[in-house]
Design a protein around this ligand. Structure first.
Ligand SMILES: Nc1nc2c(ncn2[C@@H]2O[C@H](COP(=O)(O)OP(=O)(O)OP(=O)(O)O)[C@@H](O)[C@H]2O)c(=O)[nH]1
Ligand SMILES: [Mg+2]
Length: 407
């Protein structure tokens, strides 16, 4: 005889409280059809309709009675909490017969009795999922939201559980590989929750502020035909390739004894030290001078980030070339470069494309586990270091488990 195929959309239910042990018993029912099933047998007080739109009352707690036979008597008084569009918790009298009556009635409706641990696992939200949820509420782009949503659904949590399993089995090499894989995308993944920082630097009057305005598409920074116009760091946040990017326009760097300008230049230098990418802007319509050398001597030692060299004012006759610039310094020689005009907009589209390519070289795979914050990246670097030094894989497994645990 053929076995009947299981109904895969049947709601599941579980008795959460031990039978006959407490005054109140709680039965959970969940699954896509859970509330529709409940509506057939549960009558909230004050309603006579046969089918109630319970889905519209999610979040509320209803008092009523159980009535598995529509023409019969009310069988049990109970309270139903509609906890989700696909889940409810039924509280009834704690006695065995009351619980049996409801569970038998649910079984007759086609629901499947399962272990209560399944319900707990379904509703348990670990600390990593919670962190992702919190970040999701502040996501700046739809791409960031999509990747964070994956993490709220457990992409990272599952990867961490997998690492724990590997360590518990004594597969240290496997766990190390999994952690390293996760760390390879971390540099990019942290920018799902924190913008990339791009700093525009150059000598006064090179056209930095005009370039910022072109990049963001509106007149954010003041542009003026006077060296030393920008005094403080001017920041604008935009999006490139689905990532938030904060662009900083800075005070032009030169030798000066003027205290406010000097303070502005200090801020420029601090901004260079912390950015992810620097746009080094030259005025290619002016010949290179000793001041350029002095400027580069101040800026380049502080630069650890990626670099793009921009020859601005390409609408004017050229007075210096990229070859001359490259001859000054090998860091500049190795950097990608392009010509642009912040006045006419020539080369700006290419510059934006180059910026995107430098900042976001590879797209992150959909659904993949991601270390979406600097804190998480640091935690996994420490765990990797601990794994390299320790001969107790289970202790490392416990450290990983702590990342999942809610305080
Ligand atoms: N012809 C031409 N002029 C430009 C271009 N970009 C900027 N300028 C002009 O150059 C002057 C200086 O521009 P800014 O953007 O203020 O220069 P800056 O580098 O921000 O200068 P500081 O703030 O003093 O460091 C202004 O008169 C701009 O109109 C360009 O691509 N072509
Ligand atoms: Mg300026």
């Amino acid at each position: 005889m053929a076995t009947p195929s299981p109904n895969i959309s049947a709601p599941l239910f579980a008795v959460l409280s031990p039978a006959g042990a407490a005054a109140i018993a709680v039965i959970a029912i969940w699954g896509e059809a859970a509330l529709a099933t409940l509506a057939r047998t549960f009558r909230p007080l004050g309603t006579k309709q046969q089918t109630l739109p319970l889905k519209e009352r999610v979040g509320s707690v209803l008092v009523g009675h159980w009535q598995s036979d529509l023409d019969g008597e009310a069988e049990e008084e109970l309270v139903v909490a509609l906890v989700a569009p696909d889940a409810a918790e039924i509280s009834c009298h704690g006695g065995r017969s009351a619980v049996a009556r409801i569970t038998q009635s649910l079984a007759r409706e086609g629901c499947v009795l399962v272990d209560p641990a399944l319900y707990v696992a379904r509703s348990t939200c670990d600390a990593l999922k919670l962190q992702a949820m919190e970040r999701l509420t502040r996501a700046k782009t739809s791409l960031a939201a999509a990747h964070l949503l994956d993490q709220t659904r457990g992409a990272l949590s599952s990867a961490v559980r997998y690492m724990i399993d590997s360590l518990e089995r004594g597969d240290v090499a496997g766990a190390r590989r999994q952690i390293k894989d996760l760390l390879t995308t971390a540099r990019q993944a942290i920018h799902l929750t924190e913008p990339y920082r791009v700093t525009i630097v150059g000598r006064p009057n090179a056209g930095k502020s005009a370039l910022l305005n072109q990049l963001v598409g509106y007149a954010r920074a003041m542009v003026f035909d006077q060296p030393g116009t920008t005094r403080d760091v001017v920041q604008v946040t935009t999006a490139l390739g689905g990532y938030a990017v904060e662009i900083s326009d800075t005070a032009g760097v030169r030798e000066t004894s003027e205290p406010i300008e000097r303070e502005g230049i200090e801020r420029t230098l601090a901004s260079i030290a912390t950015c992810d990418l620097a746009l080094l802007v030259f005025d290619q319509s002016a010949p290179l001078t000793a001041d350029d050398q002095a400027f580069l001597a101040q800026v380049l030692p502080r630069l650890t980030a990626a670099l793009i060299v921009v020859g601005n004012k390409s609408d004017l006759p050229p007075q210096c070339s990229f070859e001359q610039l490259a001859a000054i310094n090998t860091t500049i020689a190795r950097a990608p470069s392009l010509s642009a005009s912040a006045l006419t907009g020539a080369g700006i589209r290419e510059l934006l494309a180059l910026l995107e390519k430098q900042l976001v070289p590879t797209p992150l795979a959909q659904g993949s586990p991601l270390l979406f914050s600097r804190e998480l990246e640091q935690a996994f670097r420490q765990i990797l270091a601990a794994l390299d030094q320790s001969n107790d894989p289970r202790a490392i497994a416990r450290q990983l488990a702590e990342l999942l645990a809610r305080s």
